[in-house]
Design a protein around this ligand. Structure first.
Ligand code: ARG
Length: 546
């Protein structure tokens, strides 16, 4: 008999002995059999669908492992440890570190934590703009304003004000402008005086950034644009040798990339180097010297084309080995509640320190109110620490929980809401499990850690327990998804769903004094632990009591 006896209208051959979906489903069910270790029940649910129920024993075993290892699952490490490089935060020296840099800092820190969690060695790189044309103008202004800078160190703490004043001079005076431009070339070719002034300016800026990083528990190492200065000429030479360098009008050295009209400019006509030059030298260094398997740069979305071009030029010249991945995470704008770019009422850019202060202040006020109402479980001297953890956590989570490409409105009310999808809600939700465990200790002398050590096992019976256990065990899938695109919002979605499943569990299943008390306490423990692990991945500090 021919293998295909009939042809459907589409012309695709159909096998003669083709079975209907229900028959196929039944065959699958029969093949899986009754005593499967993972699936306890299979049912046909409409044509083409099979409903599988995960075995409670399997689920219990899974949750027990998480409980005993005190860790959510991570993929096994195969082969030697690989390096990933995350280029984030990266403000520009002497320019305002704005709310966009805050986004990059928050997202970048979380991306690093996720990669470290699964076992990568992570290079956390602050690609600060410490070499741009702005220095020509700043150096000129400092020479003019503090001619005696060598003997008496100028006291500039407000670099932004300094920058503004220099910019005014630059815009109004052609001679100043010319001298400023000359300074850029002098600085980049190692002029001692220019370098000295440059260093002063960088040091002042650095102190300001560090304050933000300290508050946000961000670890990052500076490899600014200047680091790549001496690595640029060999890169230009390499493109020249490869025959892909084109000399444009005025003598600028450029590299064209398929589908883009405007080329990357590796050297300007005046001999200076710019953003493109530095990024190409940085890419080569990261790919060949750091040997990073994955390179992620996190900036606002408007730089998307720049990174696509740099990454493509690196591939074109053959720097990227099989398996090395280059990625750009581009994020949208932060808007004020009026939907416009985020500014203070007086119209100036918001200082990040003030923004963080306000989140903490508001949280502190709300905690003090709770203390007054007798609802809080903390003493007045703990308030500030808790307010910081929740306030900073709230700012971070508000950003991380969405796809970075979206713009969002910065709203203290929304991010500090105790009921919505916020860090505040989540931290409270987690503390609820801690309180249940503390109560069991105080009233029943049951210590959950001791229970676990004694080998006591979790038994999953109630539907709400089962849903919670299923949610806990789905972490491995969420991690898989996150490792693919490196967007922390997957972890946010997960921890939010987890808190809902956890809250359904404690509302529907009595813990205190119930026959299932021990098992349920352990389930509280695993839930609190799983939530805590997510907070760590998101960079949210631990809060034990509120
Ligand atoms: N300094 C840049 C800015 O403020 C971000 C740098 C990002 N990293 C890079 N390798 N280009 O927009």
């Amino acid at each position: 008999m021919p293998a295909f006896a009939s042809l459907k209208k589409s012309g695709r051959p159909m096998p003669v002995d083709m079975k209907g979906p229900t028959q196929v489903a039944q065959t699958i069910i029969d093949l899986v059999g009754k005593n499967h270790p993972v699936i306890s029940e299979m049912r046909i649910q409409g044509p083409g669908f099979i409903m599988c129920k995960i075995s409670p024993l399997y689920l219990q075993g899974h949750i027990d492992t998480i409980m005993c290892t005190k860790s959510l699952p991570k993929p096994p490490q195969v082969g030697p440890q690989q390096t990933c490089l995350v280029d984030f935060s990266s403000p520009n020296i002497a320019k305002e570190m704005h709310v966009g840099h805050l986004r990059s800092t928050i997202i970048g820190e979380s991306v690093c934590r996720i990669l470290e969690y699964v076992g990568f060695k992570v290079e956390r790189v602050n690609h600060v703009g410490d070499w741009g044309t702005q220095f020509g103008m700043l150096i000129q202004f400092l020479k003019e304003k503090y001619p005696d800078f060598k003997n008496s160190m100028p006291n500039i703490t407000d670099l932004t004000g300094f920058y503004k004043a220099a910019k005014e001079r630059f815009d109004e005076d052609a001679v100043f402008k010319k001298l400023a431009q000359l300074n850029v070339v002098k600085l980049q070719s190692g002029d001692v005086e220019c370098l000295e002034i440059w260093k002063i300016l960088c040091d002042v800026s650095r102190l300001e950034y560090q304050k933000i990083y300290d508050r946000l528990d961000v670890t990052i190492e500076e490899y600014g644009e200047s680091f790549y200065n001496d690595k640029i000429p060999p890169v230009i030479e390499e493109f020249e040798k490869a025959g892909t360098l084109s000399i444009e009008e005025g003598g600028a050295k450029c590299v064209f990339v398929d589908k883009f009209k405007v080329p990357l400019m590796l050297q300007k006509s005046d001999g200076g180097y710019g953003y493109d030059s530095t990024d190409m030298a940085a890419l080569k260094y990261r790919l060949h010297t750091v040997n990073a398997m994955r390179i992620v740069a996190i900036t606002d979305f408007t730089q998307g084309d720049h990174f696509t071009m740099c990454n493509q030029a690196a591939r074109d010249i053959g720097w990227v080995d099989k398996g090395q991945k280059l990625q750009h995470i581009g994020f949208g704008t932060v808007q004020g509640e009026d939907g416009k770019r985020f500014k203070t009422r007086s119209g100036v850019t918001v200082r990040l320190v003030d923004l963080l202060d306000e989140a903490v202040d508001r949280m502190e006020a709300s905690l003090n109110e709770r203390i007054e109402q007798g609802k809080a479980n903390i003493s007045p001297d703990e308030v500030h620490g808790v307010a910081e953890a929740i306030g900073y956590g709230a700012v971070k989570y508000f950003d991380l929980r969405r796809n970075p490409t979206s713009n969002y409105k910065f709203s203290y009310d929304a991010m500090l809401d105790t009921k919505g999808n916020t860090a505040v809600y989540l931290l409270y939700a987690r503390v609820r499990f801690e309180s249940i465990m503390n109560k069991a200790k105080a009233e029943y002398s049951i210590d959950v850690e001791e229970l676990i050590k004694s080998g006591e096992k979790i038994v999953i019976g109630h539907e709400a327990e089962r849903n919670l256990a299923l949610q806990i065990q789905s972490f491995a899938d969420v991690l898989d998804l996150t490792l693919d695109d490196l967007l922390p919002y997957h972890i946010c979605d997960y921890v939010y769903d987890l808190s809902i499943a956890g809250s359904n569990f404690v509302t529907q299943c009595r813990v205190m004094g119930s026959p299932e008390m021990k098992s349920r306490l352990m389930l509280c423990y695993v839930t609190a632990m799983a939530m805590q692990q997510c907070f760590e991945l998101l960079g949210i500090r631990e809060v034990k009591r509120i």
